[in-house]
Design a protein around this ligand. Structure first.
Ligand code: BES
Ligand code: ZN
Ligand code: ZN
Length: 470
């Protein structure tokens, strides 16, 4: 799909007419119907025909409270009707503000995502040109919407890819390819380097797999100075069997999505580079497969870490916090970033707490929390804060090592994981952890089984935009 700005609608050709709920003035301007049987409800649409036999699609934007979800209405509309579109379709955007134009394009682009990449007979992709009619200066918003939608689709394809295909090294190759296209630098540390540099926890988690672990470091620098403004760290477990603390088999295939945090980090760096934001960022992905093998790490093992802290393994299924501990500590020691945010499909506990409606947010920095929370509502990728009280620290103490990877209790699961990560942050004052286990993969009207959502791309990109002063 491509997008072009035009000044005026051609009323004889096909066009999309967005309408707010119970505000059909826009319709009356173009068509003479006294009482249209369409009220502009959120997620609704209706096809009527113009004088020239052209298609006019009425698309419901709903009420003001639905404004944060404009992409949802355009995505559903395009998903259902695009098979009938010609090679060009116009969008009347005079009554949409700039952000709404951007969201509409993200929605149209999201509808292009095809989940059946591994089917023998793939659906043919139709090239449609969307002409956005407005007298306003909206080119920049069109471009940003298009880049954002395309990145979300790429990231979804990565999360939905089968785990025998997307090995840790495959994530590394993805980053290398993306870095050439979007013009940033990418370094992939393989086992030898990981051993040399001391990524002991990443190596321990990856030991049981025939697919070796990697750490990916993506750097995008737009400023003249070298200082890193924001570091992102992602959990990249390409398949989480639980390891020797093996998971039950029900829904185990969904554990291919345990690299959802890594996918956000990879996607955001690519998008920020494409948008050429004036900021210096790095994205670190700690990738491994948590597999069952004679060589797997065990419950009871004591392992080392990048930070030099020894960790007693209570449960090999609490592997995400181990790879992240190395990733976070490396990012802080090597790059000393002003802000550091990690993203991870970290705990079942956060899914039990928030379901599929919000990510768990953990930080001691209230200003960061407030900013992230507001952006979350604006882009409808919501986050909700949980406490980091000192009271939870006792549960990290191990008798035989510096720390243990799980409290062994059926309580405070997501908080216990966050407190574990915190102890590897060297008391960084602007660190945040987002547990996206519930929101990065889920049921939707676009697939029969659960699939990737793209959660996090807009949230983190907008946070970065705010810090870049855009
Ligand atoms: N990858 C899982 C968390 C997860 C659960 C992600 C459901 C997506 C959906 C993580 O590695 C895990 O297994 N966590 C355990 C930790 C426990 C053993 C301490 C959990 O939350 O049950
Ligand atoms: Zn696990
Ligand atoms: Zn996991």
């Amino acid at each position: 799909m491509s997008y072009k700005h035009i000044q005026e609608l051609d009323l004889s050709k096909d066009f999309i007419l967005p309408c707010k709920k119970d505000n059909l003035e826009t319709i009356k301007q173009f068509i003479s119907i006294e009482k249209p049987d369409f009220d502009g409800s959120f997620l609704s649409d209706q096809l009527i025909y113009g004088k020239d036999g052209n298609r006019i699609y009425l698309v419901g934007l709903g009420e003001d409270k639905n404004a944060t979800q404009i992409e949802a209405t355009f995505r559903k509309f395009a998903f259902e009707t695009q098979k009938n579109w010609n090679s060009e379709i116009q969008l009347y955007a005079e009554n949409l503000d700039n952000i709404a134009v951007q969201k509409a394009i993200i929605g149209l682009e999201m509808a292009q995502y095809k989940i059946g990449e591994f089917k023998s007979n793939k659906e043919a992709q139709k090239e449609v040109s969307v002409l956005i009619a407005s007298s306003k200066e909206i080119k920049e918003f069109i471009l940003e919407g298009s880049f954002t939608g395309k990145t979300i689709n790429k990231i979804k394809a990565l999360v939905d890819a089968p785990p025998n295909v997307k090995t840790p090294e495959y994530l590394g190759e993805w980053a290398q390819k993306s870095s050439k296209e979007a013009k940033y630098t990418s370094t992939v540390l393989k086992v030898k380097q990981l051993e040399k540099q001391g990524f002991h926890a990443v190596l321990a988690v990856g030991k049981g797999s025939i697919h070796p672990p990697v750490v990916i470091i993506n750097e995008y620098k737009a400023k003249k100075t070298d200082a890193i403004d924001i570091a992102l760290v992602g959990k990249g477990i390409t398949f989480d069997s639980g390891g020797l603390s093996i998971k039950p088999s029900t829904n185990l295939h969904y554990m291919k999505s345990d690299m959802g945090g890594a996918a956000v980090v990879l996607g955001v760096v690519e998008l920020v580079a494409k948008l050429q934001l004036n900021i210096n960022i790095i994205g670190v992905v700690a990738a491994a497969e948590n597999a069952v093998d004679a060589n797997s790490y065990r419950p009871g093992d004591v392992i080392n870490s990048y930070a030099g802290k020894t960790i007693e393994i209570i449960d090999t299924d609490a592997e995400g916090r181990l790879v992240l501990a190395d990733g976070i500590n490396f990012a802080i020691k090597k790059y000393n970033p002003e802000y550091i945010i990690d993203l991870a499909t970290l705990t079942g506990s956060v899914v039990r707490t928030f379901g599929y409606a919000a990510a768990g947010m953990f930080t001691e920095n209230q200003e960061m929390a407030n900013t992230m929370s507001k952006i979350g509502f604006d882009v409808h990728e919501r986050v909700w804060q949980l406490p980091m009280f000192e009271d939870y620290e006792a549960d990290l103490q191990s008798d035989i090592a510096d720390i243990k990877n799980f409290n062994g209790k059926p309580i405070e699961g997501a908080i216990n994981a966050a407190k574990f990560l915190e102890s590897f942050t060297e008391n960084h004052k602007k660190w945040m952890h987002l547990d996206i286990a519930g929101v990065s993969f889920g049921a939707s009207q676009y697939a029969k089984m659960k699939s990737a959502t793209g959660f996090g791309i807009q949230l983190i990109t907008n946070f970065i935009k705010e810090k870049a002063g855009n």
